[in-house]
Design a protein. Structure first.
Lengths: 277, 294
């Protein structure tokens, strides 16, 4: 009996803590929605109220008039998709070579990849900028895509995943006349779907939210991505909080929808990253 | 037979590795070496590089601003990382029970993690507004006085810390939760039989068992914190009076505002060495786990 009451206390206090935490997490989002629907007079009213004197949907429409929102969205989607596909493909291929194929220098090359995982990309920004300048790719989406199209971490993760595939599967297929491309494509790739999903999510979040690369490599309005667009908009409309909040919400919305549809994928992917490194 | 197989695989290996290796050489190895080269020169991006030896590195440790941003970055890391880890750990423990609404909590906590730091920072800049922000409104509601979050040298770094913790907590909680769920329930049952429950169970069983997870979260957090940039750039711009300015921002300014490429590269290398050491520690520690690289 006593144990039961104790358990109940633990559970109730847990729920209270969790609810309090959830409140802290959600209030900024709710306030963002509230502000995005206010006119300027209500935004700067004190004390603040959750609902303004009118519901100003116009703020959302104004976002599309003040900045080229759809253009930015298009650029962001292009970069994100190309980078994700590129990373998955190059990582899966490299991971297969590191785990299944036998060749001289395998360990050395793998170690170089591991080494690359540990280097922060900031140290490479200046030379990358120079490369892009010399290739005349500054202010082009390629400047965001090319440096990110391979992922040493991705190659490492794919290799770890492929190491758990029994070699005999590939060897049996090899005896049936299947070449390594076939073995990779038909056996290894389907078996590594969870790792591919994790990698895709990481790649997506990283590229979609990237700020410093667009800031350095892009400068024209036509090539801008969402993060950079919001940052520049902030410089011009910093006190028009209704408009700014509407723009922020519009930029978060696609990711939010994706997250809500794939919540379990996200959760499992992150859990796996935590367990595997 | 053996050599024949080796040779055959060798050609295939070239095919499979070519894209990754070419990319790695062009956009990691070469830039890394080149940035080391630049760090030994004085260069404005346009004229010829002038070799100056270790001057940039020596300057960095005599530059009051350089030391200040370095100090800010370290203070930020030393505060933001433990706060985040402690809170997210306890949230994960609280969530690791049979309670209703687990999907709701998980969703709520993870929400900040999926949004970009840029959008989160813009929102918080509004919430932290001294006169009209909701944070100060709530403080005043409880009888406190408004805090100049963005415009005071005393609070600006704290503002960045709060936003960073708020955004990072859900993500770290999720990793802790996965670690906690990996603890077999038999351990809990055995502990219970020995009369070990509640806090003592937490200290004696749970914390030692999820040590690998804690280590992973800690080092990842430290590495990310050392590279803090987006939120600083947007919320305070590093100000006032550089009170919230950090390393990557100083690197960015030197490179793309002042065109001091050599100096900026030196900053980058100092940072990279720090992070490299941390990563090696993390990697070694993780390798002692159930999987290893060999």
């Amino acid at each position: 009996m006593k144990r039961k009451t104790k358990q109940k206390i633990v559970k109730t206090s847990s729920i209270i803590i969790l609810l309090l935490g959830a409140l802290i997490m959600l209030v900024p989002f709710l306030w963002m929605v509230s502000t995005s629907l206010k006119n300027l007079g209500d935004v700067f009213k004190y004390p603040p109220t959750f609902f303004g004197s009118e519901i100003k949907w116009q703020n959302y429409a104004d976002v599309f008039h003040t900045i080229d929102f759809m253009g930015m969205m298009k650029n962001t989607v292009i970069v994100t998709v190309v980078v994700a596909v590129g990373q998955l493909l190059t990582s899966a291929m490299a991971g297969f070579a590191f785990s299944y194929l036998e060749f001289r220098g395998r360990e050395t090359i793998f170690r170089i990849f591991l080494f690359a995982v540990m280097i922060p990309f900031h140290v490479m920004l200046i030379p990358t900028f120079v490369i892009m300048r010399d290739l005349h790719l500054l202010n082009s989406l390629w400047a965001l895509i090319l440096p990110c199209i391979i992922s040493p971490l991705g190659a490492f993760m794919m290799r770890q995943s492929y190491m758990s595939v029994p070699r005999s599967l590939g060897e049996a297929a090899s005896l049936d006349g299947c070449n390594p491309v076939g073995i990779w494509w038909k056996i290894y790739l389907p078996l590594s779907k969870p790792t591919l999903a994790t990698l895709a999510i990481f790649s997506f979040m990283q590229t979609w939210n990237d700020f410093i690369r667009p800031l350095i490599f892009l400068n024209s309005n036509q090539k801008m991505t969402l993060t950079l667009g919001l940052y520049n908009m902030m410089g011009n409309y910093a006190t028009n909080w209704g408009l700014m909040m509407a723009a922020v919400i519009l930029s978060i919305l696609p990711v939010l929808v994706l997250y809500l549809c794939l919540q379990d994928f996200f959760v499992e992917g992150i859990a796996m990253a935590g367990l595997k490194g | 037979m053996r050599t024949k197989k080796l040779k055959k695989d060798g050609l295939w290996a070239i095919f499979f590795l070519a894209p990754a290796v070419i990319g790695l050489c062009a956009f990691t190895i070469y830039p890394l070496v080149e940035s080391l080269h630049i760090s030994f020169t004085s260069w404005d991006l346009f004229s010829d590089k002038v070799f100056v030896g270790l001057k940039n590195f020596i300057d960095l440790f005599h530059d009051p601003t350089g030391l200040k941003v370095f100090r800010n970055t370290v203070v930020f890391t030393l505060l933001a990382v433990p706060i985040q880890i402690v809170i997210s750990f306890f949230l994960a423990v609280a969530l690791n029970q049979k309670i209703r609404g687990i999907r709701f909590f998980r969703g709520a906590y993870f929400l900040p993690a999926i949004a970009s730091m840029v959008s989160i920072s813009i929102v918080w800049q509004w919430l932290f507004n001294t006169d009209f922000g909701i944070v100060n409104y709530v403080i005043k509601m409880f009888g406190g006085s408004g805090v100049p979050w963005l415009t005071s040298t005393k609070y600006s770094l704290w503002t960045i810390i709060i936003v960073s913790c708020w955004k990072g907590m859900g993500y770290n909680m999720m990793i802790f939760l996965a670690g906690l769920q990996g603890v077999p329930s038999t351990y809990y049952e055995a502990a219970e039989m020995d009369g070990c429950t509640g806090l003592s169970r937490l200290v004696k069983i749970v914390i030692p068992l999820i040590k690998p997870t804690t280590l992973y979260v800690s080092i990842t957090c430290v590495i990310n914190s050392m590279q803090v940039f987006d939120q600083v750039m947007i919320i305070t711009g590093g100000g006032p009076a550089r009170s919230s300015s950090v390393l990557v921002q100083y690197l960015y300014e030197n490179a793309f505002d002042y065109y001091k490429m050599g100096y900026a590269s030196a900053i980058g290398w100092v940072m990279a060495i720090f992070i490299f050491i941390l990563s090696v520690i993390q990697f070694k520690a993780m390798s002692n786990d159930d999987y290893s690289i060999e």
